[in-house]
Design a protein around this ligand. Structure first.
Ligand code: NAD
Length: 432
């Protein structure tokens, strides 16, 4: 039976608990690719849903001892065929099961595209971490870790940082898990501080990997980076690092944004001064040497390279016609909707799709896990050399497939990933 491709806001049957617009986007992207590649329909139906999901609710005690808030947490493992599962943990006030399930599915294709021995997973807690004190954040993290402890493990499922979490949160997860086991288990999470077994370069790996790809894409598009301009949405881990590495390539950054505002300077922003302002005040708002601009207007600025590195669902049917970049380099997960993709493709905008664009993070996470399990320590140079090789290899495979089959880069990247997972599934067979 031919799968019916529907608009992403119309659900796939059978409907399930994770049914949300974001999960439907992930499913429809998958179905679109599965259809084009004539994927075996049994495998197609198996991959449409996550294999394991866990929803927990648990108490979070505030610093005021009498205040105890009930919060929701999730962990989803999409495919257990390829090895342990791997995926970040997100703290955000809108996190829900559908969002985490979509992110887990994208992790499966991403790991397979990069040829890493992992299936996809993701976790999240529905809370705004910016409203928590450090001790509240620590208690929340330790309790969430205990709630999902039966699901994670160094050879089962290995978390990492994502939106709203960082190396400190990973340290608390590692400590909580190690306390349960009775000895240090650094390989339970990646994205740790280096002193706890973190990989050199992991912190900036997603931004660095994205810029390696931008260099490849620029060569393909004959775009001179030394004369190019860029706009970056999101000034967190991915956005700030991508902006910094772009500057090192000679690119002029004319706009960046965060949750507080966008800032624009046609002459180019001095990133070190911007970073210093954010370090001091917490936000971009109030940065003196630029004009304030809304996030929406910033996405539509004329530039060569646009890097969405904040949230999903930013480039939609509503604004895709007004995006003026030549190269859209996706650092965030799911920033572009299906309808927007079609418009961008018609308008000839070259896209580095999220599962390729932000794969530098999971690639160096893989390096970290390899080093932890074998008690090795690579230098930053070794890490970056290996990262460069893997990123450029994946770029070339994706570009080749896109040109050979006359499909856009996102579909090509998805097919590269899905094909590998499907092949592994066929080889393993069905139990019993
Ligand atoms: P982060 O929490 O470090 O930074 C997020 C940034 O986005 C912050 O500057 C925040 O102010 C900004 N932001 C939030 N809401 C916004 C809004 N409405 N408009 C504009 N900016 C807004 O998170 P991160 O780790 O940099 O992750 C960003 C994206 O990259 C997410 O989609 C995440 O899934 C993806 N990603 C991250 C990694 C990683 O290694 N950290 C790896 C792969 C993908």
């Amino acid at each position: 039976m031919e799968p019916v491709i529907r608009p992403f806001d119309q659900p796939v049957e059978p409907r399930a608990e994770w049914d949300t617009p974001m999960f439907n986007l992930a499913q429809q992207q998958f179905l679109h690719a599965a259809n084009l590649m004539n994927l075996d329909e049994n495998i197609r139906d198996r991959l449409l849903f996550p294999q394991r999901t866990l929803i927990v609710s648990f108490p979070c005690r505030r610093d005021k001892y009498s205040e105890v808030e009930t919060v929701f947490g999730y962990r989803v493992q999409h495919v257990l065929t390829m090895g342990p599962t791997k995926g970040g943990i997100r703290y955000h006030e809108d996190v829900n099961l559908g969002e985490v399930a979509a992110l887990a599915m994208w992790m499966s294709w991403k790991c397979a595209l990069m040829q890493l021995p992992f299936g996809g997973a993701k976790g999240g807690v529905r809370i705004d971490p910016s409203k928590l004190s450090r001790s509240e954040l620590q208690r929340l993290t330790r309790r969430y870790t205990m709630e999902i402890v039966s699901m994670i493990g160094p050879d089962r499922d290995i978390p990492a940082p994502d939106l709203g979490t960082n190396a400190q949160v990973m340290s608390w997860i590692m400590d909580t898990y190690s306390q349960q086991i009775g000895h240090p288990v650094p390989e339970i999470v990646t994205g740790k501080p280096v002193v706890l077994g973190g990989a050199h370069g992991r912190q900036e790996a997603t931004g660095r990997g994205l810029v390696y790809l931008i260099q490849e894409a620029a060569e393909h598009l004959r775009l001179d980076l030394k004369k190019a301009t860029a706009v970056v949405q999101g000034f967190g881990n991915v956005g700030a690092n991508a902006a910094t590495f772009l500057t090192e390539c000679g690119v002029k950054i004319i706009g960046v944004s965060d949750v507080s505002t966008g800032i624009y300077n046609a002459k180019g922003l001095v990133l070190s001064a911007v970073a210093e302002h954010v370090a001091r005040t917490g936000f971009l708002k109030g940065y003196p040497d630029a004009q304030e601009i809304s996030n929406e207007a910033m996405l539509e600025l004329e530039c060569d390279i646009l890097v969405p590195a904040a949230l999903q669902n930013q480039i939609t049917e509503a604004n895709a016609g007004r995006i003026k970049c030549k190269l859209l380099a996706e650092g965030a997960n799911g920033p572009t909707t299906l309808e927007a993709d079609e418009i961008l493709s018609r308008r000839g905008i070259f896209v580095l799709p999220d599962i390729l664009g932000n794969a530098g993070g999971v690639t160096v996470s893989y390096f970290e896990w390899v080093q932890n399990t074998q008690e090795l320590a690579w230098t930053l140079e070794e890490t970056n050399d290996r990262l460069h090789k893997i990123m450029t290899g994946a770029f070339r495979r994706t570009l080749l497939r896109s040109q050979r089959d006359d499909i856009d880069m996102r579909t090509a990247a998805l097919i590269e990933g899905i094909e590998r997972v499907a092949q592994a599934k066929l080889l393993r067979g069905v139990f019993p």
